[in-house]
Design a protein around this ligand. Structure first.
Ligand code: S6P
Ligand code: ZN
Length: 187
């Protein structure tokens, strides 16, 4: 099979689209006052969209697609994905197609890494590392992804513990700071 990606918009025709608005991921942001203020003012912005080709979750199959993160902030925290662990021991590849972002990685041993991503960046996410992407620019941040179809997604751990670091704007620049609300995973 073959499909076409529009590198400017990130859209892949004919595949499943998932839209995540602020209300779908309110708990994942650090500044709950800003979340509530935005939602009260009837601002429930689209934070990101996922265009994905999924195959049956059989050994050997791959899922692939694009993620498009809009520019913006909730309080001082940049728009980002929820972030997840793969339930199965599975790696993933991301390739930057447009804009600028930061990929946050952490594992259950308490190790943390961050990787800047732009157009052409090719990044490998090893198994057992949770991953979250953040748009640090003022345009769309778009990347391509591919991962095993039987990986599964664990969002619950990140919802409960948070990420070790936050990406916020400080003095008009993106800055990675400690997340004082981070609670290490008990597993
Ligand atoms: C799936 C892969 C991406 C993310 C997407 C959105 O394993 O890592 O397709 O699903 O970038 O992130 P999230 O955390 O909402 O799934
Ligand atoms: Zn993933």
């Amino acid at each position: 099979m073959q499909v076409k990606i529009d590198f400017n918009t990130g859209i892949i025709e004919g595949c499943r689209v998932t839209i995540r608005r602020l209300s779908d991921m309110a708990e994942f942001y650090s500044d709950q006052v800003s979340v509530n203020n935005m939602l009260k003012k009837n601002r429930d912005p689209c934070i990101y969209e996922i265009y994905e080709y999924s195959n049956p979750a059989d050994e050997g199959n791959l899922n692939f697609g694009t993620t498009i993160i809009y520019p913006g902030k909730v309080g001082s925290e940049f728009y980002m994905t929820k972030g997840h662990y793969h339930q199965k021991n599975a790696g993933e590849v991301y390739q930057g197609l447009r804009g600028n972002g930061i990929l946050l990685l952490q594992n259950r041993k308490g190790e943390f890494r961050s990787i800047e991503m732009g157009k052409g960046s090719l990044v490998y996410i090893p198994p057992e590392w949770a991953h979250r992407s953040v748009n640090i620019g003022d345009e769309l941040f778009i990347y391509y992804f591919v991962y095993p179809s039987n990986s599964g997604h664990d969002y619950e751990t990140i919802r409960r513990t948070g990420f070790m670091k936050l990406v916020v704007e400080k003095n008009s620049k993106p800055c990675i700071i400690d997340n004082i609300k981070y609670t290490p995973s008990e597993s």
